[in-house]
Design a protein around this ligand. Structure first.
Ligand code: HEC
Length: 277
């Protein structure tokens, strides 16, 4: 085999820069001339993008009717809000998503696919990006494939393996012991109001009463299954939150409120044709 010989390393160099000076309209287009001026060109690009960005973004923030809302979707009750905060702090979103995509294999398993208007009161939304466990967007949809009653949730949080032998979900036994912080409830309502959630003026003052009322209903529901728990435990808030997910969208068909006030007939048709299993 013929042996090759090594070339010595050569420095690579760009061709010498020839300064072109002013534009000659016969030999150079305006575009080429602009591109030659790196700093100025960058500034022009920045200005053009800023105008384009502003035109897109500013109406999105300020024109409320751009946000499709669904009449039947209501803000979280104070108890549900507490449950939601526990959901976030426990990192449930690392294993569970909350968005059903519009595909047959998703809607068959979880129920009606998610609509953008369902998330208007989520700050921040809990779509998640991983499904180690099932999607929970329809966990509270009565009659849907994901619905479980209060006692089921209680037993599942205490010991997931008891409800599903192969479950890898961790136990959350402290939900039955740890209290929710009632002092924070009015603050949370006010925080949500500043983010645009339409609680009535002064609702923060009666929020704790509402919370206790809803909590007692869940406690009574659990009692029917011989489970004793105090209304202020985290477990109760978590069950309330699980039951809120997707519930507002349950049939009969909802009316989607479009910016113009017209109904979205395509989506309405879909609701009518979709058989909820
Ligand atoms: C390590 C991943 C993991 C974490 C963290 C986790 N889960 Fe799960 N979860 C699962 C798996 C897997 C299942 C399916 C098996 C089962 O039912 O336990 C499941 C099932 C569920 C179900 C039943 C769904 C159904 O109807 O079949 C609910 C409700 C639920 N999880 C809620 C939660 C909540 C609330 C949290 C946070 C407090 C949480 N999970 C944290 C993995 C997880």
């Amino acid at each position: 085999m013929a042996a090759g010989s090594l070339e010595a390393n050569e420095l690579s160099e760009a061709p010498a820069l020839v300064l072109k000076g002013a534009r000659n309209p016969l030999t150079e287009t305006i575009h080429r001339w602009m591109e030659r001026r790196a700093v100025r060109f960058s500034i022009w690009v920045f200005i053009a993008l800023a105008i384009g960005g502003a035109v897109e973004i500013i109406p999105m923030i300020f024109i409320k009717s751009n946000i499709p809302t669904i009449e039947s979707v209501k803000p979280y009750t104070p108890l549900e809000l507490e449950g939601r905060d526990i959901y976030v702090s426990e990192g449930c979103y690392t294993c569970h998503s909350q968005i059903v995509r519009p595909f047959r294999w998703e809607t068959d398993r979880y129920g009606e696919y998610s609509k953008i208007g369902e998330f208007v009161y989520d700050h921040p939304f809990q779509w998640g990006s991983r499904r180690t466990g099932p999607d929970l967007a329809r966990a509270g949809f009565i009659g849907g494939p994901m619905y479980k009653n209060s006692a089921w949730h209680y037993n599942h949080f205490m010991d997931p393996q008891k409800m599903n032998e192969q479950s890898i979900m961790p136990k959350y036994t402290w939900f039955a012991k740890k209290e929710i912080n009632l002092d924070m409830v009015p603050n949370k309502i006010r925080a949500m109001q500043t983010l645009g959630v339409p609680y009535p003026e002064g609702y923060d003052e009666i929020a704790v009463d509402d919370l206790m009322k809803q909590a007692k209903e869940i406690v009574a529901d659990l009692k029917k299954s011989n489970i004793e728990i105090e209304p202020t435990k985290q477990m109760v808030a978590m069950i309330a939150y699980m039951h809120k997910l997707g519930r507002d969208i349950a049939p009969p068909p909802v009316e989607l409120v479009e910016p113009s006030g017209e109904k979205d007939t395509v989506d309405k048709l879909h609701f009518i044709n979709t058989e909820q299993k």
